[in-house]
Design a protein around this ligand. Structure first.
Ligand code: CTP
Length: 395
């Protein structure tokens, strides 16, 4: 497979040589493209010798092949820009095609990945964040910069992600086993919010990260994915149907609507178990010494799915603070699940807001304790497990 490696002008440009080498080690052919400013930091000759391909640097480099950008665009299975400056992100976001690399971007139909690198203030600037948001929404893969010591002497986020992480992301995108192709998957994520009055609500500490990772992994494996999400601070993932909801009732309606057409449901959402008995139109005033709230149960979405299920696979989550296995297996039985993912939300590895999670996969006759893993890795293991549980391909 071929990767077109775009290199832009910043101090991290020298790392492009390492990325190029790692991509080759991983079995990719690399076609380098450099902007004029990139060549101030690293020579085209270096990338040419390493890659064994002529490095394209100029839109008008070879007058005989004036549509070079079209042929390079066709040759690549992925356009990777690493490092990507604020300038190239802005050009990509707005379709400005004034040099070879930016023209290549608007000519390519292949997936695109960018690994930004810049000063912390440039990275945080609303213009840059806005451009990254536009690209993400368009489906461009963003390899987030890391936090650390920057070339300008400041400390903060903006440092190019480690070359091996960038290459792993390329592998994730280009070598994903399409094991869920043709499957319809529904994932729920995040908390639900149960309003009490116009300014107050009952909710929980779920960040949504686990559910989003599960939805993205399913999409990567080729599934058609619907992500029904309670309010979170996460950007909606690209390439899937995103259904934002607020309350348990809204989530229930969105899920029930789509349930007949799906093959697998993963209920990773932390659905509020109770909602205020009534919504008070006006802000509740501080008139009494004590205030008693009356709460009533919300619809138990997963239990209803268990009652209605035909051939769908149901996966639930159990967040517990004690007796993890016992409570999780009770839910497994009561909600007629095919698998339950149990985690202890009280221990030192409590998952709320964190990027990692320690979970156990449980069925009535099988138990698999996973080590502390990133939520992305947990998502991968979960889909491996779901696929091994029932051979989806034979359904
Ligand atoms: N769930 C649901 N609807 C609810 C509550 C929970 O669909 N109203 C789902 C969650 O998404 C999760 C599973 O049920 O996949 C277990 O959620 P949890 O809150 O841990 O269990 P509960 O059944 O609510 O039991 P308890 O709160 O007593 O632990």
């Amino acid at each position: 497979m071929n990767v077109v490696l775009g290199v832009t002008g910043c101090i991290g440009a020298y790392k492009a040589a390492i990325i190029l080498r790692l991509l080759q080690k991983s079995g990719f052919q690399v076609y380098p493209v450099m902007t004029a400013h990139a060549q101030e930091f690293i020579s085209a000759l270096t990338l040419e010798k390493l890659s064994g391909h002529v490095v394209v640097t100029d839109l008008f480099q070879d007058h005989n092949t004036s549509i070079e950008h079209i042929s390079v665009a066709r040759a690549g299975d992925l356009l990777l820009v690493a490092p990507a400056t604020a300038n190239i992100l802005a050009k990509f976001a707005h379709g400005i095609a004034d040099d070879f690399l930016s023209t290549l971007y608007v000519s390519t139909t292949s997936p695109t990945m960018v690994a930004p690198a810049m000063n912390v203030e440039m990275w945080r600037h609303p213009a840059t964040q806005n451009n990254v948001g536009i690209l993400r929404e368009r489906g461009v893969h963003i390899v987030e910069p890391e936090s650390g010591y920057l070339a300008c002497g400041e400390v903060g986020e903006g440092r190019l992600a480690e070359p091996d992480l960038i290459v792993r992301e390329v592998e994730r995108v280009l070598r994903a086993p399409q094991t869920l192709k043709g499957r319809n998957v529904l994932v729920t994520a995040g908390p639900t919010i149960e309003d009490l009055d116009p300014v107050r609500f009952v909710s929980n500490r779920s960040s949504g990260k686990m559910g989003y990772a599960i939805a993205e992994e399913a999409e990567r494996r080729g599934a058609s994915v619907v992500l029904v999400s309670g309010p979170t601070h996460l950007p909606p993932p690209a390439r899937l149907e995103f259904v934002p909801v607020r309350s348990a009732r809204e989530m229930a309606a969105a899920v029930f609507d789509r349930f007949p057409a799906v093959d697998v449901v993963v209920m990773a959402a932390a659905v509020s178990d109770y909602q205020p008995a009534e919504f008070v139109d006006q802000k509740i005033k501080k008139e009494c010494q004590t205030l008693q709230l009356s709460l009533v149960p919300t619809p138990d979405i997963l239990r209803t799915l268990g009652e209605r299920k035909q051939s769908q696979i149901l996966v639930g989550f159990a967040a517990e603070t004690t007796s993890l296995r016992e409570y999780a297996l009770r839910k497994f039985d009561e909600k007629r699940l095919d698998l339950i993912v149990a985690n202890n939300v009280a221990g030192p590895d409590a998952p709320f807001g964190s990027d990692s999670n320690r979970v156990v996969f449980l069925t009535r006759d099988n138990e698999e304790q996973l080590p502390l893993l990133s939520k992305k890795e947990v998502a991968g293991r979960l889909w491996d497990r779901i696929q091994s549980l029932v051979n989806l391909n034979s359904r």
